[in-house]
Design a protein around this ligand. Structure first.
Ligand SMILES: NC(=O)c1ccc[n+]([C@@H]2O[C@H](COP(=O)([O-])OP(=O)(O)OC[C@H]3O[C@@H](n4cnc5c(N)ncnc54)[C@H](O)[C@@H]3O)[C@@H](O)[C@H]2O)c1
Length: 264
């Protein structure tokens, strides 16, 4: 028996990275997964691999209200109801506060913050109609601590934690639990974009990867960057009945990074 047997879950940003691993794990645990992304070829290929009994892909730009309505209609048409949502889609921009153009700041807000807001607002009534359900938002380590060069990103992730708490209170009476995952550094294209460029020189990609690994060996008490499957397992916990008495919480998966300053 799977932990998500019979549950229909929409996962945004599911074409790659953490969202892809969440889609694979949730399908393995018996869920019907609606993979949503703007990378249609990649997302469609993952859904196809999982099989039409378990998965379907829909184009969804999380910053667009009309896309959300269409994605929910698609999910109900494909699998009959919606029982869960993982708001995973996100973007990252590095810049110093004083150099950040307003357009860049707002672009990050539009995806990370407005996207999570629209997702919760659109899906919550469907979860209530299905008798309850779960929402897992994706915040970050930087929602709870600071990191230089991340003004726009940190602002949106703190907003996600804030919205998670409010939504948890407002939706508890409808049988809906709302929590947030707060990953530390996770090995995905977001943290290591060098690997994404098919034209990149393999030696330079290896060098960039080594630099990323070396950085986290020093910064993280557990001495390594995290794997996207490790965040997927936390999202599974928060979507399954294993977390039946947990709501409104930011849960951290960061190899101990947030503990403080390490002297080792
Ligand atoms: N990788 C990390 O170190 C890390 C750490 C903390 C939090 N996070 C968060 O985890 C989530 C997943 O990130 P990841 O590391 O897998 O990154 P990623 O870049 O590999 O994946 C992000 C996915 O979101 C999709 N996406 C981007 N904009 C979108 C939009 N407007 N509509 C729909 N989909 C969109 C992308 O196409 C991509 O498939 C993000 O919210 C990110 O902020 C990542």
């Amino acid at each position: 028996m799977g932990k998500l047997d019979g549950r229909v879950v929409i996962i945004t940003g599911a074409a790659r990275g953490q969202g892809e691993q969440e889609a694979r794990l949730f399908a393995a645990e018996g869920a019907k997964v609606v993979l949503a992304d703007v990378l249609d070829d990649q997302g469609g290929a993952v859904a196809k691999e999982l099989g039409e009994e378990s998965a379907a892909y829909v184009h969804l730009d999380v910053s667009r209200e009309d896309d959300w309505a269409a994605a929910v209609a698609f999910a109900k048409d494909a699998f009959g109801a919606v029982n869960g949502l993982v708001n995973n889609a996100g973007i990252l921009r590095f810049n110093e506060l004083t150099s950040t153009p307003l357009e860049e700041y707002l672009a990050v807000v539009q995806v990370n913050q407005v996207g999570a807001f629209l997702g919760m607002r659109t899906v919550a009534p469907e979860l209530a109609a299905a008798g309850g359900g779960t929402i897992v938002n994706t915040a970050s380590y930087v929602a709870l601590s600071g990191m230089a060069l991340l003004t726009s990103y940190a602002a949106t992730k703190a907003a996600v934690v804030g919205m998670t708490r409010v939504a948890a209170m407002e939706l508890a009476g409808k049988g809906i639990r709302v929590n947030a995952v707060c990953p530390g550094a996770i090995d995905t294209p977001m943290s290591n974009p060098a690997r994404l460029d098919p034209a990149a020189d393999p030696a330079q990609v290896a060098e960039a990867s080594e630099a990323v690994d070396g950085l986290y060996r020093k910064l993280v008490p557990m001495g390594r960057i995290g794997r996207p499957e490790e965040v997927a397992r936390l999202a599974l916990f928060l979507t399954s009945d294993d977390s039946s008495y947990i709501t409104g919480q930011p849960l951290v998966a960061d190899g101990g990074w947030l503990c403080g300053v390490s002297v080792f």
